[in-house]
Write a protein that binds this ligand. Structure first.
Ligand SMILES: NC(=O)c1ccc[n+]([C@@H]2O[C@H](COP(=O)([O-])OP(=O)(O)OC[C@H]3O[C@@H](n4cnc5c(N)ncnc54)[C@H](OP(=O)(O)O)[C@@H]3O)[C@@H](O)[C@H]2O)c1
Length: 354
């Protein structure tokens, strides 16, 4: 198949392209804004695989991703399916305009491009956190005027509506991963955001305070102890996306979520151990006022607080159906696996901050 991808230089995209190239019949056409990054990615493959990677420079914030007319002409009628992964993955409230430019306008531009290229299928990678402030996620569209924790979630919900509005032009399916973490076998993760951003913030705080306090006091992090952190390994997400051309139905939404996620308390215990940060304590409510350093700790991880606050559940029956009869098993993420992924991530975090 000829597969067109956005976001291939990102965390998930890097893993997905590897999977897709395992099928020697596949050719991948990647839209990237940074040619050097794309060439480095291509160089990481064998020379026969490299010949099946075609690089196009563009930017999703421009109509038709800014591709020159000759590229559009050349690609027309060649593409079987478009995977749209490129996005700005940040939860900051003050980045609303940038988030909508990349995530909403960007999705519109790629839908228009896919339609112009006469692509038959469009696979949109959204997020399980389009669930916003609801507590149960269903594999269906949420109202676009719901309540959201941040403009990232809102931009993704509105983009999902946009994607479904193109279903008269091509087959569209939506995939909603939860929090993507490292590989289930190696722990490897090429990411500095979400869990890794959180880990880095904790590691920096620990290093700074250890120098001052000598480690003889505790710091309280406020989190719902029994809330859950829905982590999914990057290879599981990429495996499901790779099955899309064979198994995904048009107009369907697929949750790529963990059916039995760890509680925040369990996750924070594992983080404490990995970071050797035993003066960190997790409290449901701060009974006594947080002191200055604790306020700083909590504000460092402020953008993650909505993800530590609740107990969400996600229905993933469409995904279970998609997996039936394939070699990919429904996710069973053990505590050992999560611990291994965290330890591998902490190794990288230490290298980055030291
Ligand atoms: N990571 C998670 O936990 C998570 C969870 C749920 C859903 N998702 C979704 O999964 C998808 C991939 O996420 P990720 O974690 O792989 O993100 P990532 O590592 O930040 O990668 C984002 C990708 O998008 C590209 N991109 C961003 N803006 C662009 C633009 N204006 N034009 C062209 N390309 C642009 C980036 O290119 P550069 O390399 O040039 O920056 C990069 O390849 C996103 O749609 C995200 O919303 C992620």
């Amino acid at each position: 198949m000829n597969l067109f991808l956005t976001g291939s230089t990102g965390f998930l995209g890097g893993k997905l392209i590897k999977n897709l190239l395992q099928d020697k019949q596949n050719e991948v056409f990647i839209l990237v804004r940074n040619i050097e990054k794309a060439e480095n990615l291509r160089d990481s493959f064998s020379s026969s695989d490299q010949r099946r990677i075609h690089i196009f420079q563009g930017d999703i914030t421009y109509p038709m991703a800014g591709l020159p007319p000759e590229d559009i002409e050349w690609l027309t009628n060649k593409i079987d399916a478009v995977y749209h992964l490129a996005a700005l993955v940040k939860f900051d409230l003050d980045l609303r305009d940038e988030l909508f430019a990349a995530n909403y306008d960007g999705t519109k531009h790629i839908l228009d491009l896919a339609s112009r290229l006469q692509a038959k299928h469009f696979y949109y990678v959204s997020t399980a956190y389009t669930v916003g402030k609801l507590t149960h996620g269903a594999e269906e569209l949420y109202p676009s005027n719901g309540e959201f924790n941040n403009p990232y979630e809102e931009s993704k919900v509105k983009s999902e509506h946009l994607v479904f509005s193109y279903r008269d032009r091509m087959n569209v399916s939506i995939f909603r991963p939860a929090i993507i973490v490292g590989d289930s076998k190696t722990g490897e993760a090429d990411s500095q955001f979400t869990l890794y951003g959180f880990m880095r913030a904790l590691a920096v705080f620990k290093r700074k305070t250890a120098r001052r306090s000598g480690g003889d006091r505790t710091y309280r992090l406020v989190a719902a102890k029994n809330g859950t952190s829905n982590l999914v390994p990057v290879d599981y997400v990429a495996d499901i996306l790779s099955l899309a051309p064979q198994k995904a139905d048009a107009d369907k939404i697929y949750h790529i979520t963990n059916p039995e996620p760890p509680t925040n308390y369990e996750l924070l215990q594992l983080l404490k151990e990995a970071l050797d940060f035993h003066s960190l304590s997790v409290v449901e409510h701060a009974d006594e006022q947080l002191d200055e350093e604790e306020i700083r700790l909590n504000s460092l991880v402020d953008v993650f607080k909505d993800y530590l606050a609740g107990n969400l559940s996600f229905d993933d029956r469409n995904t279970q159906e998609l997996l039936r009869g394939t070699g990919v098993a429904h996710l069973d993420m053990t505590e050992e696996m999560i611990g291994m992924i965290i330890l591998a991530g902490y190794g990288d975090t230490r290298k980055a901050i030291l």
